[in-house]
Ligand binder design. Structure first.
Ligand code: 13P
Length: 248
């Protein structure tokens, strides 16, 4: 199981320090569950300093597809790796929506991350309109397909996150059955690609009360948590629920 917090563009030095310290002190090494936080890039050094002697991993929220050069404002995978970054989100719906990232662009970012030894957490998910038009499967399969095509065998080293856009930050979690149905489709596609072991995370209004039902599903291997990851107690409770689910 993998439980990843996505802090998005929240926090500052002081509040980060408290949250990181709480995670570092309270999360005990567990073979069955990995806990990680994806922080805003300027705070990667702070996360590294706070977490490097413990078991909580840290990651970034985006990466450039380019290795280096005249790309003002971009951050390369090698730069992230310099700060001990283990994970990077690619293709989060907020990046696709507000920054026009296409699935091909997302695939190039995943490739860049892997090249630097960082695990890309590739995010896919449909909008409410797409769900209502029965396009969910087609949308997520097309988003995943572009990445599988670009990565080839390297796809085995990625993590996949299903985040329905209508469920992000809305308090409207997909039901465990809705999430499992999409995860099963994604798993089948991964299996066809020889990558059935890729961890599949669910994201979208995950909180300590609803996470157990989601993690009890056969094809849900963890959670990508936004709002609830900003409260150390809630995030740790989600980690504990993952431990219980992993023990079943
Ligand atoms: P919320 O948990 O706040 O809905 O955010 C989900 C998300 O986008 C995580 O990447």
């Amino acid at each position: 199981m993998l439980v990843v917090g996505n802090w998005k563009m929240h926090g500052d030095w002081g509040s980060n320090a408290q949250r990181l310290q709480a995670l570092h002190q309270q999360w005990v090494a567990q073979p069955s569950v990995t806990l990680a936080v994806c922080v805003p890039s300027p705070y990667l050094g702070q996360a590294q300093q706070a977490l490097q002697h413990g078991v909580v991993a840290w990651g970034a929220q985006d990466v450039s597809a380019h290795a280096g050069g005249a790309y003002t404002g971009e951050v390369s995978a090698a730069m992230l790796a310099d700060f001990g970054t283990r994970y990077v989100l690619v293709g989060h719906s907020e990046r696709r929506q507000y920054h026009g990232e296409t699935s091909e662009h997302v695939a190039a970012k995943a490739q860049a991350a892997l090249h630097a030894g960082i695990t890309p957490i590739v995010c896919v998910g449909e909008s409410l309109a797409q769900r209502q038009a029965q396009q969910t499967e087609a949308v997520v399969l097309s988003q995943l397909g572009a990445v599988l095509e670009a990565l080839g065998e390297q796809a085995l080293a990625m993590v996949l996150a299903y985040e329905p856009i209508w469920s992000i930050g809305t308090g409207q979690t997909a039901t465990a059955e809705q999430a499992q149905a999409v995860h099963a489709v994604l798993r089948t596609r991964l299996r066809q690609h020889g990558a059935a072991t890729v961890p599949l995370l669910y994201g979208g209004s995950v909180n300590p009360s609803n996470v157990a039902g989601l993690l009890a599903q056969p094809d849900i291997n963890g959670a990508l948590v936004g709002g609830a990851s900003l409260k150390a107690d809630d995030f740790l409770a989600i980690g504990q629920a993952a431990l219980s689910a992993a023990a079943l």
